[in-house]
Design a protein around this ligand. Sequence first.
Ligand SMILES: [Zn+2]
Length: 326
Amino acid sequence: MGYSRENLKKIKEEFSQKRLEAQKECERRTVELEEKYLDLKKLNALIRETGIRIMETAFSGEKDIEGKIKDIEAEYDANISIRKSFLDACGCPGDYFDVKYECELCSDEGFDDNGKMCICMKRALALATYESSGIGKLISRQSFENFDLGYYKAGEERNNMKLVLESCKDYASTFDSKTSENMLFFGTTGLGKTHLSTSVAKTVIDRGYDVVYETAQKLFDDFEHEKFSHDYNSDRESVTRKYFDCDLLIIDDLGTELSTQFTVSCLYNIINSRINNEKPMMISTNLGQKELRQRYADRITSRLFGEFSVMVFKGEDIRIKKLDEE
Ligand SMILES: [Zn+2]
């Protein structure tokens, strides 16, 4: 399982910033009250010194070290209780001097004591992955929950879609970046291919994987742009690396791009490299088998038909049906 390096770095920085701000805010709050009540300032200083006094006593070589440490601890408890009454009297909460972290579970560290990632950091990473995956906006509108089988004609059409929907749900909920298969969605425009790809992406991201979703046209544009700007910016971070590195790559609308020798060789490069590295892909296309063969070289179609599980979307354009209802 892998979050993208960029997102992980970004979120870790955000977390340490968040911790720092919470600490600063606590400091500001403390100074404000201490300036108002000098006795409180003295009391806080005594409380803060406790640790050092205990250490000093422990290494002092004096007699009855244990007894002396107990005295210091008793003094500490007494000071804490005086401070509590003091805070009560000025109408401040008992935890006034505690740093207020957003997450009580991990104090905004993002990890628990055993180094396990906290739920709050997982959530932040999922949100960052929605953004970086390229489907930020679609994800808020399209999910398995609002995929409506009612738009498909009762009978064979709807039964087929029901199977496709179940397969996609199953794929997403059991997705594994090492063992999941590749999927190829066939079907004309407006049959829900994008909706289901997005839903798969959302579930897989929520489960902690790095997903990249792009239309074929945009993906090839990125390669082209990189190729032609390469000489000027050779040390620039590669924008196309994500297509090779992510756990799941989803290419939408294959066949709508302007096909050239360059796009065909890019496509081959991605498919081949991901298959060799056992990294799953999901590709959707409006083209039929025959058109795919005409458009792309054998070395591509043999991989598409040999290494991908095919899902066929059948029916009438549901987008038109949806518009009719509005
Ligand atoms: Zn947390």
